[in-house]
Design a protein around this ligand. Structure first.
Ligand SMILES: NC(=O)c1ccc[n+]([C@@H]2O[C@H](COP(=O)([O-])OP(=O)(O)OC[C@H]3O[C@@H](n4cnc5c(N)ncnc54)[C@H](O)[C@@H]3O)[C@@H](O)[C@H]2O)c1
Ligand SMILES: O=c1ccn([C@@H]2O[C@H](COP(=O)(O)OP(=O)(O)O[C@H]3O[C@H](CO)[C@@H](O)[C@H](O)[C@H]3O)[C@@H](O)[C@H]2O)c(=O)[nH]1
Length: 441
């Protein structure tokens, strides 16, 4: 099939690449010429395991193309995916300007039937807005009869595992009410879902809502565990044992129960806010979502609080090594990364931070430009040099079994503040290190 994907970010690029892998001819459009140049030069603009190989293979086969040419991209696909950003507006609601712009571009130059698929995460009712924007452009061109369908197809991939998630999804949700659109979307996703039970066709609004409900549920689990972790510490329980103890109940399940330094990334923070805004607008303000957010904001301070409890509010003269900057491992994404809050708080109190992350240093430098007292190390050991204590913020694999003796010998105060509970407390303490982690004593 001929498919166009509008937006070549984390979602658009993965969608385009994976659809081309199944034989579709995909044209990916972006308004950012720098991204398109990187792609046309044989690279990819983000760090996402396995993605470069899929892109290269399909570009070589002539099934995957990248362009900034809007007319060409609109002309190409019968199916037009909108996968542009929906960042939070000032009040927390989703900013739909990029979605609307993409929809209008389609309406401005389409010449035949199109299935317009909203893959961006958008509030309930956006399908109607996209429909209105396209219809408005068609009317301006004197083409009010030209047919098109608008679908919702929210994306559930996780950064760092995006290709695997797209190729073998737990489920595909399609909100569609037009018979032709349903047929095309079924055909498009058939190779990915194999088992038809995994493809859920529903009305557009329910599909839009499903995406927010999923992220809000996951964020709620995390905030719940983070709150319990604080209590566990106080009462002398170990949150890691509690996690295993409850996760073995299939009604609870083992996933997304990890207490830590707070959730970040481009989705949970903004989607929880946007759903809370929708609830408020509808006159049923969500107490749960407010609490989920509040707990998360507090959780980003937990490591800082432990540092302050140890050293006092004035951290001048102290240097902290930090392992991990990205909001989670296997990505270079720094959007809403807890490390940004933690570093900001340490610097504010006069400390210096020597940070190391296996892939996100360049992105970190971009988002924290001009932060005095923050420097970047080339490796774990370099970050430790001359530092008083170590903070671990992202659970990269390479931090899991480190050289504890080297950590001890490098650190002036021999203290590890672990925001991801990577180590057995007894083991790390046996190396002569003081170990402070989350929800454990
Ligand atoms: N990142 C994720 O893990 C993830 C997962 C599921 C859903 N989502 C949702 O998918 C959407 C996209 O997220 P992302 O992380 O890929 O964003 P992103 O910021 O990485 O990419 C968006 C891209 O769209 C481009 N763009 C903006 N306006 C455009 C236009 N009019 N025409 C063409 N291109 C345009 C931008 O230049 C950018 O490259 C968001 O709604 C997000 O909530 C993201
Ligand atoms: O038990 C857990 C699991 C995750 N996290 C944190 O939660 C954040 C989000 O992690 P994750 O969900 O793995 O990454 P994302 O790439 O943001 O993916 C989420 O957001 C995407 C965008 O909407 C959805 O598509 C995915 O299904 C959803 O998992 C990160 O900061 C993690 O450190 C925890 O603190 N504890």
């Amino acid at each position: 099939m001929k498919v166009t994907v509008i937006g070549t970010g984390y979602v658009g690029l993965v969608t385009g690449a994976c659809l081309s892998e199944m034989g579709n001819h995909v044209v990916c459009l972006d308004v950012d010429p720098a991204k398109i140049k990187i792609l046309n030069d044989g690279g990819i603009p983000i760090h996402e395991p396995g993605l470069l190989e899929v892109v290269r293979r399909n570009v070589a086969a002539g099934r995957l193309e990248f362009t900034t040419d809007i007319e060409r991209s609109v002309a190409h696909g019968t199916i037009q995916f909108i996968a542009v950003g929906t960042p939070p507006d000032e009040d927390g609601s989703a900013d739909l300007q990029y979605v609307t712009a993409a929809a209008r571009n389609i309406g401005r130059s389409m010449t035949d039937f199109k299935v317009i698929v909203d893959k961006s995460t958008v509030p309930v009712g956006t399908g109607d807005k996209v429909h209105a924007a396209v219809a408005d452009e068609l009317a301006k061109r004197g083409l009010p009869e030209m047919e098109f369908a608008v679908c919702s197809n929210p994306e559930f991939l996780k950064e760092g595992a995006a290709v695997a998630d797209f190729m073998r999804p737990d489920r595909v949700v399609v909100g569609a009410e037009d018979e032709r659109a349903i047929l095309l979307m079924r055909a498009l996703y058939q190779p990915f879902v194999r088992n038809r039970d995994r493809l859920f066709i529903m009305d557009v609004k329910s599909a839009e809502f499903t995406k927010y409900a999923a992220n809000a549920m996951l964020a709620t689990r995390i905030s719940f565990m983070n709150e319990l972790s604080r209590l566990a510490e106080k009462v002398g329980a170990d949150i890691e044992l509690v996690r295993v103890g409850i996760g073995s109940d299939p009604r609870i399940g083992t996933h997304f129960l990890y207490a830590g330094a707070g959730y970040g990334g481009s989705c949970f923070p903004k989607d929880v806010k946007a759903l809370a805004m929708t609830s408020a607008e509808m006159g049923i303000p969500s107490k749960m979502l407010k609490a989920v957010e509040e707990v998360n904001e507090e959780q980003k301070m937990v490591l800082v609080d432990k540092v302050v409890a140890r050293y006092g509010e004035d951290l001048s003269g102290k240097t902290f090594a930090m392992w991990g900057l990205a909001f989670k491992p296997n990505t270079d994404d720094m959007r809403e990364a807890p490390s940004r809050v933690i570093i900001g708080e340490l610097l504010k109190r006069g400390a210096k931070v020597q940070a190391y992350d296996p892939v996100s240093a360049a992105e970190a430098q971009r988002v924290m430009t001009g932060w005095d007292g923050l420097s970047y190390a080339d490796g774990q050991k370099q970050a430790l040099e001359g530092a008083d204590a170590l903070l671990i913020v992202t659970e990269w694999k390479e931090f899991r079994t480190p050289d504890f003796e080297a950590i001890r010998d490098s650190l002036q105060d021999k203290i590890v503040f672990d925001g991801r509970n990577l180590y057995e407390p007894e083991l790390i303490r046996s190396f002569g290190l003081t170990y402070l982690s989350i929800g454990r004593n």
